[in-house]
Every structure is written in structure tokens, then in C-alpha cells.
Ligand binder design. Structure first.
Ligand SMILES: [Mn+2]
Length: 377
């Protein structure tokens, strides 16, 4: 069977930067590898255009390497006559956009790009106050929107800039900003149904983001297909409340590390180092030392301490229809363990609640989250 030729490769939140986590300088190269995979797959499948949905760069005052890597990627696409269209996210926002230093690539903001049967309209990140007008200004002949916003339907009421149903007339929307894959159908104010895709980021930018990452292929019949990118391996402990749970995790860890190493075959050297996230009850003794003894510097360790669970009577009574045994299991898993009984783990609300549950200072964390969602962090 002949493989269909895609019209466009769609990617978002490449966040080109040397390091992802200031706290873990041993983790390098994830964002460059994301871009490399994009160029490689575009080279193999030859879409007419690569479209980037914002946050191509991580900051609006980047150092030279991210810019230089992007220039090389664009030169490579130019050599093959694959267009590159982009919009800006809040992270990289500048006038003129950084990517305009390249002769290749088109800043699609406010323009309609015609490719295959599509007329694709680009909209840079808009602050809340400007979004309604910007949406109304989407050109009437456009049938695809590429944008970069926090939408209420995906991110919750308190942190959003707008609501997807406000988007006029286009039947297909791609949005950056949510570092998570989503696809859903919504009904617009005009009564039409339209499809929305969030490709998610190309790599993990925060410890609680999903470890799966994707690019999207758009075909001329309007179908969209996702393809998994390869990423640094991640091992997560789940909440460890009791000594037996910690012991079990430590015993099983070498096997998990071996599996992670096998899964990392073929990745660039810097990405083969797995990321190990361990959430533990603060009363468990010497957790870091015991983990370090097993890891022997072969992994990047992210520790998250949590505080004691409330007594069974407090949380247990509020849990719906569970046997005493199930309740005890949930309560023993701590505050974080309880969250998953109330909110789906894939729900962004879950991630926010989890952050708040694990942080030492709720007020400071809320302020940080507020700034992040405004794009000021
Ligand atoms: Mn982003």
C-alpha cells in the first residue's frame, strides 16, 4: 500500500533551550532532539509545510544555541522546499519574532497560508483582554486555525484566557500551550461542530507533564493522525507512604532501569539518562541516600516529599462507595493518592491539585501557577 502524503506536519511547544530544569543541569538536549525528530520525519515524509504552534523558543531572551539550532533546522527544510509556518507563544514573544532572523519560515500571525485544500490562519498568543477581538478577526475564508492559548475547556476556569466555543466558523483548530495531547469536538457559538487538537510539547518541561509526546500529520481529506516522538525514559514511583512500599520500589528499581535503558536504545547519548521521580512520605528515613545507592548516578533523581495523610475518618468518610480495605489503601497513599479518586489523572486539574498538595507553601505555589499561566514565569 502506498503511504498517503501528508499536507502538513504540526508540532507545538518545542521550547528550544539548553536545559529544561535549572535544578537538574544533568538533563540536556531534550528540546534539540524534539526539533531534530521533526526535521527528520519531515524529510522522510515530505509534507508541503511544517507548522509550529508557538513556544518554539523557551524564552524571549534566548542564548545563542537555541537560535542557532533553529536556523540550521530551517535551512534544512529550505533545502527540501518544505515550508515552515509558525506563530508565537507567550514564552518567546518578541517583536519582530526571533525566528524572523531566518530567511526561511513565515510568521503566520494574522495571515492565511494556503496549502493543499486548506486555508490556515495563524494567531499568536493573545492576552485575555485581546483574545475575543482577535478571534472575531479570524479571516472568513480560513478553514483551519493555529493558535496558542490556555482554553477553559482544557485547562480549567481559573487559569484560562478564553473558551474554545468562542472560536468562529473554522472547522479545525490546532492549539499550542497545553503540554499534553488532546483531541475533542466542540460546538461553537454558531452551532457548528469543530475539531480541536492539542499536539502537546515535544518533551517534558515539568516533572508532572506526560512522558508521551507527539507530532500530528494533516492530510488533504482533513484527517489528522498522531505519531509518537521518542523521548527520554521516565520512571515514576507513585506515592510511597510506608517503609514496605519504599523497599519494594528500591528492590524493583534495577529491573526498571534496565528496561529504561533498553527503551532508550538509539536515543542521543544525553537522552539515555532516565529521569526517576519519587514521591515519598516525609517520615520515611534516608530516602535520598537509599535511592542514590541503587541509582549510582545513572539517572536523574527528582524527589518530592509529601506530608502525612489525614486520618481515615476525615478523608475516608468522604470517599464514594469503597470498601474499608479500598479506603485504607487510598488513605495510606497520602493526600496525593486520594486525588485520583476525585479527579481523573489525565485532567489538568489533577496536575494542579497534585502540585498544590505536594508544595511546601500553597500561597507561593498558587502565585507561581498564576504567573506561569499568564506566561510571566
Ligand atoms: Mn509552552
Amino acid at each position: 500500500m502506498v503511504e498517503k502524503t501528508p499536507v502538513a506536519l504540526i508540532v507545538s511547544d518545542l521550547h528550544l533551550s539548553d536545559r529544561t530544569w535549572g535544578s537538574h543541569p544533568d538533563l540536556l538536549g531534550d528540546s534539540y532532539w524534539g526539533l531534530e525528530q521533526v526535521v527528520r520525519r519531515a524529510t522522510e515524509r515530505q509534507p508541503a509545510v511544517v507548522i509550529a504552534g508557538g513556544d518554539c523558543l523557551d524564552v524571549s531572551r534566548p542564548n545563542s544555541q537555541p537560535v542557532s539550532e533553529f536556523l540550521q533546522a530551517l535551512a534544512e527544510l529550505q533545502k527540501q522546499d518544505i515550508w515552515f509556518w509558525y506563530i508565537q507563544g507567550q514564552h518567546e514573544f518578541d517583536r519582530p519574532p526571533w525566528l524572523s532572523v531566518s530567511p526561511w519560515g513565515t510568521h503566520l500571525h494574522g495571515l492565511v497560508g494556503e496549502v493543499g485544500p486548506f486555508k490556515i490562519y495563524g494567531l499568536d498568543y493573545q492576552p485575555t483582554a485581546h483574545l475575543p477581538d482577535a478571534l472575531q478577526a479570524i479571516r472568513e475564508d480560513a478553514d483551519v486555525l493555529i493558535c496558542h492559548q490556555a482554553w477553559r475547556e482544557f485547562m480549567g476556569r481559573d487559569t484560562c484566557q478564553g473558551e474554545l466555543w468562542q472560536i468562529p466558523h473554522v472547522p479545525l483548530v490546532f492549539t499550542g500551550d497545553l503540554h499534553q495531547y488532546r483531541e475533542a469536538t466542540f460546538r461553537g457559538a454558531d452551532g457548528r461542530d469543530f475539531r480541536v487538537y492539542s499536539p502537546g510539547a515535544t518533551h517534558m518541561r515539568k516533572i508532572d507533564e506526560p512522558e508521551e509526546h507527539y507530532i500530528l500529520w494533516l492530510y488533504d481529506d482533513g484527517t489528522v493522525e498522531r505519531e509518537t516522538l521518542r523521548s527520554r525514559p521516565v520512571i515514576r514511583s507513585g506515592p510511597l507512604s510506608r517503609e514496605e512500599q519504599l523497599e519494594e520500589f528500591l528492590v524493583g528499581l534495577p529491573e526498571k532501569l534496565a528496561a529504561a535503558d533498553a527503551a532508550a536504545a538509539g536515543l542521543p547519548e544525553a537522552l539515555r539518562r532516565p529521569l526517576v521521580q519519587v514521591k515519598f512520605h516525609r517520615d520515611l528515613p534516608q530516602v535520598e541516600r537509599r535511592l542514590a545507592a541503587v541509582l549510582n548516578e545513572t539517572a536523574s533523581l527528582h524527589l518530592q516529599e509529601f506530608t502525612p495523610a489525614a486520618p481515615v475518618g476525615v478523608i475516608g468518610d468522604a470517599l464514594p462507595e469503597m470498601s474499608l480495605e479500598q479506603r485504607e489503601a487510598v488513605v495510606a497513599s497520602g493526600l496525593v493518592g486520594c486525588l485520583s479518586t476525585l479527579v481523573e489523572e489525565t485532567d489538568p486539574v489533577y496536575q494542579d491539585l497534585q502540585r498544590l498538595a505536594l508544595c511546601p507553601n500553597v500561597r507561593a505555589e498558587l502565585q507561581r501557577m498564576y504567573r506561569e499561566h499568564l506566561g510571566e514565569a
